[in-house]
Design a protein around this ligand. Structure first.
Ligand SMILES: C[S@@+](CC[C@H](N)C(=O)[O-])C[C@H]1O[C@@H](n2cnc3c(N)ncnc32)[C@H](O)[C@@H]1O
Length: 244
């Protein structure tokens, strides 16, 4: 986002990727930027109400750096060891402090991320905000289900799981020519889109039923493009533990 704003200021390069539109009027073109701002808003909303922040599959996201310096939260970022090494080496090179963040390497094929989290000082009795942004689409359905169940089990009263889901139609690449091109480009870089939810009818109902099966329930639901009555493609959900 920052690079796009800078390139617009310096070179007049215009893109819809950093265009902000009214809530519910998002389109595929404007999703990337609004997605990031939406998770920033979720972080701002919950920060003072939780003690811990956990980002499973944090990648190169800098949201925890932006919001938790000197905040007193316990912060845990999990990802593959190579990703964490590049991220922390780059932060060191740039002289950006990050010493309060616990970076937890996980070999997803061989280890349980929740066990590594518990072994790194995470306290399941403390209120937690999980941020699971742009991860589920890269996982197999079974991995998504296992991760949701683990997050639910690690949630005490007052904890929140913020996450996003893409539609099956979007993930298949059949949504539009632009989506297909994006899918092919990302696949060529070695990352495959795998998991989407059938959102054709009643996206919120379908997602609620899916989350309920994994011990979670919806607190807040936002369907991008809902006011435009376009084919549903992307939703952001804040969930909490379902008391059974
Ligand atoms: C598209 S990135 C999203 C990064 C970050 N959450 C963001 O929004 O910028 C997906 C991340 O998921 C991680 N990942 C890959 N396999 C995973 C798995 N089985 N479980 C959880 N995360 C995984 C990848 O290493 C990658 O950093």
């Amino acid at each position: 986002m920052g690079a796009l704003i800078l390139s617009e200021r310096l070179f007049g390069f215009k893109t819809k990727l950093n265009k902000i539109v009214d809530s519910g009027k998002e389109t595929i073109d404007t999703t990337a930027g609004i997605r990031v701002l939406s998770f920033d808003a979720i972080m701002e909303k919950h920060l003072d109400k939780v003690d811990q922040i956990v980002l499973p599959g944090a990648g190169f996201d800098l949201i925890s750096l932006k919001y938790t310096k000197d905040s007193g939260h316990q912060v845990f970022e999990l990802d593959q060891s190579a990703t964490i090494q590049i991220k922390t080496a780059t932060l060191n090179k740039a002289g950006i402090a990050h010493d309060w963040i616990h970076y937890i390497p996980v070999d997803y094929k061989r280890e349980s991320w929740s066990e590594n989290l518990l072994n790194s000082g995470f306290d399941p009795h403390k209120k937690t905000l999980f941020i699971w942004e742009s991860v589920s689409l890269f996982l197999e359905k079974q991995e998504v289900e296992e991760s949701l169940l683990k997050m639910a089990e690690l949630c005490c009263e007052g904890s929140v799981v913020a996450q996003d889901f893409y539609s099956e139609h979007f993930i298949s690449g059949k949504y539009s020519f632009a989506v297909r091109s994006q899918k092919n480009m990302i696949e060529n870089m070695g990352e495959k889109w795998k998991f989407g939810i059938d959102m054709k009818e009643n996206a919120e109902g379908v997602i609620e039923a899916f989350l309920n099966k994994h011990k979670l329930k919806i607190k807040e639901f936002h369907q991008f493009g809902e006011k435009l009555h376009i084919d549903p493609y992307y939703c952001i959900v804040e969930a909490e533990r379902l008391n059974t």
